[in-house]
Design a protein around this ligand. Sequence first.
Ligand code: HEM
Length: 205
Amino acid sequence: MIRWIRRYTAGERSNHWLVAIAFVLAMLSGLALFHPAFFFLSNLFGGGTWDRILHPYIGVFLALFFLVLAFQFWRYVHFVPADRVWMRHIGDEICNRDERLPEVGKFNAGQKYVFWMVVVTVPVLMISGIVIWRPWFAAYFPLPVLRIAVLIHALVAWLMILGIIVHIYAGIWVKGSIRAMTRGTVSPAWAKHHHRAWYREMTGK
Ligand code: HEM
């Protein structure tokens, strides 16, 4: 009898947690710059000046680590016709009635959306962040461009934060998923229940 099924390699897990740490640091240091109500968070980074200096570099690390993650997960994230049916029955997924859903491969449609959300938001944050990055690049752009870039940066950061909150909530909600990203393995029952097509592929059953 198989006891555990391998879901992620050590390289995939290490990189995922590097992305996660970079995201949390970018979020905290960014919120400190966003509104005075969050300014106290800058104490975590050595005060306002250091927060302002470090935030863009943390963003660059986030983008680089995510680029590697994107290559690691690339072959699992393409949408298939069954994903549309899955999205229409998302209520059954939330209520744990997976038997009413089409068979799912390595990632379900919700996970694919998380991936694509990050693929879109990270480059937008990166580009708008470079435009407003003083003293390196901001001087090359006229003031109206800087203002629009600041607005886009803040709006897209909020979108990403909301998306990642949903991602973390789903990871904790679906019992047995956190283990996949810490130990790299899942139980056969977990795989059969949540990702039946992937279970077949892995076990030949
Ligand atoms: C900070 C706390 C985070 C936690 C607790 C967490 C948890 C998890 C877990 C448990 C999985 C495995 C799901 C499964 O195999 O079914 C996973 C996968 C994944 N994570 Fe995270 N994650 C976090 C942050 C992030 C961040 C910041 C990003 C990207 C910016 C990210 C991107 C991904 C992607 C693309 C996958 C694979 C597809 C998916 O499950 O959506 N994660 N995460």
